[in-house]
Design a protein around this ligand. Structure first.
Ligand code: FAD
Length: 604
């Protein structure tokens, strides 16, 4: 029987990105004994890759900004499918959470009078993103890590959680293995916070790193939690398309925020050709006006390059499909043109976008201060995730909380850039606080020894089948191709049905994976485990996308190209039936209170 190394906590946090670390700090501050588990090294979470900034209505650059505008922008961006309570709390609490980061040592860029500087981003009415050049996530994770370590949390690095444990219907902890030696681990806990980030690796072209295989969503689903809004996968409009080895790597929206423009192969600035009605009044009517906006003119409206991500991604897709793309299948993003307007533009670009400058110089041998970049859509962010209570972040499984990208609700059908980093700190803090309260109010848990042995036996099965079994890498590749080709930016019923059939066949193959070697740093083994989670997530995305017969936010159905007000009344919720089948249902949105309705109306 496999051995387990055991630890016991009040609160176990799974994931050490911004959401996990913020939750751990808060739970610790509330007196809970806290353990943090992460799949890679501490400091390597996705959060560290965040570039453009963190959204908060600090009103440092434009004093017209306040929580009401931020709330209305977030709801409009999410096409009103957002959990309104989360959008309200987020808009109200984000400024305080940013100031808290500053108090803990984060060094944001400054205005000339010494306040935290804020930049423009798509869908935000005013300059709202506090930032550190284009390395905001790095500064955020450094700050949270320094603060968290000094607050005394215990960290289990390079450990992958395999399953959540239940005591009756209540959470009891988690079990997993360490990548270094392949030893099994058991973390007993009265409350668990899932902060495992996104699902990008379910698709072929993605800005996400190897860790983002949707583990948290699959773990929660198997433990009985509901998932929500799974059809809404954000395809960021600007990823690198060349060289092929780096395709998908993100090109921050900050480039467009600083004045970068999109052109097709004919040199046309095509974003002016298609401005959605919802945004007509807020969008510049001329290139001149758009430029003035990026330079801080309060009377100008934002350029169409700063429309929401779903829309910009579809416009790029349209140009490429119409044969007006760049040589490697994208379009041109040009920041170098600002030399026509600005003295010393090269220094300005290098100062405002240092990572982008180095990224293109080193990976594509291209100087962005002199030449346009080639960019195209890349799978970036999951709006859907674990369905949680807006205030406490608890799921429908008692004691199981979720925060950050793994949780659903705040962003509705489409996330605005910068609203993820603020989501992490606002709801990480809440999840940590309420998890500690739950742990305090509930007695010890009992671990089902049989359950953990079953998990370990299943995890080791690919070794028993050996190299003659199915190749896990090939299955992962086939799944990514399926999702990219059949459930991507433009969706249609018959292709999604094909995807479901393909996922069924891939799942059967995944049950026969075989691997060679031993348990120490065995990537084949890790992939064999990851693909089980990717199957659940992919099936959930496809089933939800099939059920929603309309186009809204990040979901574009070629067979239902319009928004349907009837569908605007529902979220799609996914759960596991008693016989293990995936159930998909429409769930009526909680009615929005009148005072918040009024805020939305006022801001239109
Ligand atoms: P993550 O930071 O993704 O951390 C997840 C953690 O979970 C990791 O520690 C991982 O090891 C762990 N984990 C996962 N599975 C397991 C498992 N099975 N067992 C144990 N641990 C596990 N958003 C913005 O608001 N502004 C930006 O400027 C911005 N720029 C971005 C740039 C890039 C290139 C990318 C990829 C994203 C960007 N985003 C941005 C989005 C934002 O960075 C992410 O949504 C956010 O960081 C997610 O944070 P998180 O705490 O939820 O999860």
């Amino acid at each position: 029987m496999p051995e387990f190394q055991r630890c016991s906590y009040d609160v176990l946090v799974i994931g050490a990105g911004g959401a996990g670390l913020r939750a751990a700090i808060e739970a610790g501050a509330a007196g809970a004994k806290v353990g943090v588990v992460c799949k890679s090294l501490l400091g390597k979470a996705h959060t560290v890759m965040a570039e453009g900034g963190i959204a908060a209505a600090l009103a440092n650059v434009d004093d017209r900004d306040n929580w009401r505008v931020h709330f209305a922008d977030t709801m409009r961006g999410g096409q009103y499918l957002n959990n309104w309570r989360m959008a309200e709390l987020h808009a109200k609490e984000a400024p305080e959470c940013v100031r808290e980061l500053e108090a803990w040592g984060a060094l944001f860029d400054r205005t000339t009078d010494g306040k935290i500087l804020q930049r423009n981003f798509g869908g935000h009415r005013y300059p709202r993103l506090a930032h550190v050049g284009d390395r905001t996530g790095l500064e955020m994770i450094r700050t949270l890590q320094d603060h968290g370590i000094h607050a005394g949390m215990e960290v289990h690095m390079e450990c992958t959680v395999l399953s959540l444990l239940l005591d009756g219907n209540r959470i009891a902890g988690a079990c997993g293995y360490d990548r270094e030696r392949g030893r099994f681990q058991l973390w007993e806990a009265k409350a668990v916070v899932l902060a495992t980030g996104g699902i990008g690796r379910a698709f072929k072209v993605t800005s996400n790193s190897w860790e983002y295989t949707g583990d948290g969503l699959a773990l929660a689903y198997r433990a009985g939690a509901e998932l929500q809004d799974m059809e809404f996968v954000q395809f960021h409009p600007t990823g690198m398309v060349w060289p092929i080895s780096v395709s998908g790597i993100l090109v921050t929206e900050g480039v467009r925020g600083e004045g970068g423009i999109l052109r097709n192969s004919e040199g046309r600035r095509f974003m002016f050709d298609d401005i959605p009605d919802l945004y007509k009044e807020q969008t510049a009517h001329s290139e001149e006006e758009g430029w003035r906006y990026t330079q801080g003119d309060k009377n100008a409206r934002r350029p169409p390059e700063l429309l929401t991500r779903d829309h910009v991604a579809r416009c790029i897709n349209r140009e490429v499909k119409a044969g007006r793309g760049s040589p490697h299948g994208g379009v041109f993003l040009d920041i170098s043109w600002i030399k026509e307007r600005m003295p010393k533009s090269e220094e300005h670009i290098k100062r405002k976008l240092p990572s982008m400058y180095h990224q293109f110089k080193q990976l594509a041998d291209l100087d962005i201060t002199k030449e346009p970049m080639e960019v195209g859509p890349t799978t970036h962010y999951m709006m859907g995730g674990i369905r949680v209570d807006g205030d406490s972040q608890m799921s429908n499984v008692p004691g199981l909380f979720a925060a950050g990208e793994a949780a659903a609700g705040l962003h509705g059908a489409n996330r605005l850039g910068g609203n993820s980093l603020s989501d992490l700190v606002v709801f990480g803090r809440r999840a940590g606080r309420f998890a500690a309260e739950f742990a305090n109010a509930n007695g010890p848990v009992t671990i089902d020894e049989e359950e953990i042995q079953t998990t370990a036996t299943a995890a080791l099965a690919p070794f028993d089948r050996g190299p003659a079994g199915e190749n896990p890498y090939q299955i992962q590749y086939d799944l990514q191709e399926t999702m990219q080709d059949l459930v991507g930016i433009v969706r249609v019923e018959n292709e999604m049905q094909q995807a479901l059939d393909a996922i069924g066949q891939l799942r059967a193959r995944a049950e026969r994976t075989g691997i060679a070697g031993n348990r120490e740093y065995n990537n084949g083994w890790h992939t064999a485990i990851d693909i089980g989670n990717m199957m659940i997530v992919s099936e959930a995305i496809t089933r939800a996308a099939l059920l929603r017969k309309e186009s809204r936010g990040a979901q574009f159905r070629e067979d239902f190209p319009n928004k349907d007000s009837e569908w605007g009344k529902y979220n799609i919720v996914i759960s596991r039936s008693a016989d293990g089948e995936m159930q998909v249902e429409k769930r009526v949105l909680t009615p929005i209170p009148n005072e918040l309705k009024k805020v939305i109306e006022e801001m239109k």
